[in-house]
Unconditional design. Structure first.
Length: 571
């Protein structure tokens, strides 16, 4: 069976939508969001929600809810005719939150859901059932539940198995603006035929629209074409225009005829973890340029998994597993209902400074990156519990922890930005890190003194060196590298003036002289012990911290606009 792929039909600049807003073929909310979001358009419910059209009265047992009578009228027929209502009301509940999408897919299909393809999309059924692992068990149990809900007996049928396999292979997690996975959706060939790469040239975003939103945003054309044989029963918009729409956008310059790729997995995982996830879920081995590098591994992947011991380098899986288990345990304890942020900070910082049983993480190791993220959050929570009063005057201990939280957020953003220079496809996650760092730094500066009035905010945002306000009002992504370099240069200047102050009192962060200059880590560990702490330099004023936060937020917004479009918020 020939592979499907999508290629650019024209030259595409960075930061351009290369598909219109594509409606899903099938979609379904995760069970946890059934009573908080509209099952037709995925928008949050407000006021009194509407039950399915066939229900006269709203009851707590309603399996799905809607934001308006229009959404209810449009979606209710599919909800009942697909047997989704039977599955949601069954006891025990369905074995997978994907099962509703599977049933909807079967109901809208114009052909039997069997064999290798459905809607022109690959099901991967034979591969997924061949392994006899957790995935195959999930397919068979889910198919049995679906067959029972459809009144087809208790046995698993090939049709139901094919539908489940199609959703596993082609379904994508729908993420809202808060970064939460709220549901699953399957899209037609314009999206589903786009292949994976660990160094992709495109990304995608979701639109969670109201039903009256126009099908496509202005000036949005399909700039990609399939490369492969014509397939019968090619996908169509079976969802009737409802549900979360998806838009694919370029994150690099793409030449006419070049294959379009997106990431199916977290790109800040090391190669082994990415390969394991891709095989487990999709049954393929990635052979992209990043994964098939002629060297043992790319610099980014080497940094993400590199461990040092007293005997030198050691990347043996067993030693990495010990560190992974330890970090996972600490983070899981912190995220539990009775998690203690102080204990979390102490354990993670001890690991970063002293290592574990003679093992030390590379400063850019993926576990270290997870630790920085968790430490920023844990210090922020710890600060809120350390306040002596409920007014706006924070106690010194609380302020110190807020400062350390901001320092970890800044260090995380700077570390990810260093990796971005070697792997441009990391732009989306780097954008989030810079935005988070900016918010933390602005919170820190406003906690030490009243925030400036709005008129002064606009004036302060005007930087004479990078002029980023004017640049970001009318971004020309053709000048992406120029704007990026100007913003990074300014951030570097404010960081050098503020880092000694921000990192004061943190044994790990004080070891880094300048987080914006991590070029030395390429020679780690020979010249990276850095046991001599950087000298403490007081920021010239909290205005330096404020300006640093403003620039970080602007840089994060600039990178996010490249990935997802839209306006760049500077508030």
């Amino acid at each position: 069976m020939a592979e499907m792929e999508m290629r650019a039909r024209e030259d595409v600049e960075i930061g351009r939508d290369i598909t219109p807003a594509i409606p899903p073929i099938s979609f379904s909310l995760h069970d946890a969001f059934l009573h908080s979001h509209c099952s037709a358009c995925f928008s949050p419910l407000s006021g009194r929600p509407f039950p399915p059209r066939h229900h006269r009265h709203l009851s707590s047992s309603s399996s799905v809810l809607y934001c308006s009578p229009l959404c209810s009228a449009a979606d209710s027929p599919l909800h009942f005719s697909s047997a989704e209502s039977n599955l949601l009301d069954s006891s025990p509940p369905s074995p997978s939150s994907e099962s509703s999408a599977d049933l909807r897919l079967l109901r809208t299909s114009s052909a039997a859901a069997s064999g290798d393809r459905m809607f022109g999309l690959l099901t991967n059924r034979e591969k997924l059932l061949a392994e006899g692992d957790e995935i195959s068990d999930r397919v068979r149990s889910g198919a049995a539940a679906m067959a029972a809900a459809r009144g087809r007996g208790n046995g698993a049928a090939e049709e139901e198995e094919s539908a489940i396999c199609l959703v596993i292979t082609n379904g994508v997690e729908v993420v809202d603006e808060k970064g939460r996975g709220i549901g699953i959706a399957v899209y037609d060939s314009a999206f589903s035929w786009i292949n994976h790469s660990c160094s992709p040239n495109a990304c995608y975003r979701f639109l969670l629209p109201s039903p009256d939103l126009s099908p496509s945003p202005p000036d949005s054309d399909l700039r990609i074409v399939p490369s492969g044989p014509t397939v019968e029963n090619a996908a169509s918009a079976g969802g009737g225009g409802y549900g979360p729409r998806i838009v694919v956008r370029s994150i690099r310059r793409i030449k006419k005829g070049e294959e379009i790729t997106v990431a199916y997995t977290d790109l800040l995982q090391p190669k082994a973890a990415r390969s394991s996830e891709l095989w487990s879920k999709y049954r393929f081995i990635c052979c992209c340029k990043r994964c098939s590098s002629s060297s043992s591994s790319s610099y980014v992947d080497r940094a993400l998994e590199e461990i040092a011991t007293s005997q030198g380098f050691d990347n043996v899986e067993a030693t990495g597993r010990r560190l992974t288990d330890y970090v996972d345990e600490v983070i899981t304890d912190f995220l539990s209902d009775d998690g203690d942020p102080e204990t979390c900070c102490r354990k993670l910082e001890h690991l970063l400074v002293s290592g574990l049983s003679g093992l030390r993480l590379h400063p850019l190791h993926h576990l270290a990156i997870n630790a920085y993220t968790t430490l920023s959050s844990a210090y922020r929570i710890h600060a809120s519990t350390s306040s002596l009063t409920s007014d706006h005057h924070h106690c010194p201990e609380s302020f110190s922890k807020t400062r350390t939280s901001a320092a970890y957020a800044l260090f995380l953003a700077a570390a990810a930005n260093h990796l971005l220079t070697f792997e441009p496809s990391l732009v989306a996650c780097v954008a989030n890190y810079w935005a988070s760092a900016g918010e933390c730094l602005l919170t820190l500066s406003s906690s030490s003194s009243p925030p400036p009035p709005p008129s002064r905010v606009a004036q302060q945002y005007r930087c004479s060196k990078c002029s980023f306000v004017d640049a970001l009002k009318a971004v020309s992504y053709a000048d992406f590298e120029t704007v990026k370099c100007k913003l990074v240069d300014c951030i570097g200047g404010y960081t050098r003036r503020s880092w000694g102050y921000l990192s004061k009192g943190c044994d790990y962060l004080e070891r880094f002289e300048d987080p914006m200059d991590l070029s030395w880590v390429q020679k780690w560990p020979a010249s990276s012990n850095r046991d001599a702490k950087c000298g403490f330099v007081v920021a010239e004023s909290m205005d330096d911290v404020w300006q640093l936060g403003a620039h970080c937020l602007a840089y994060g917004g600039f990178l996010a606009a490249v990935c997802y479009g839209g306006a760049i918020a500077l508030e």
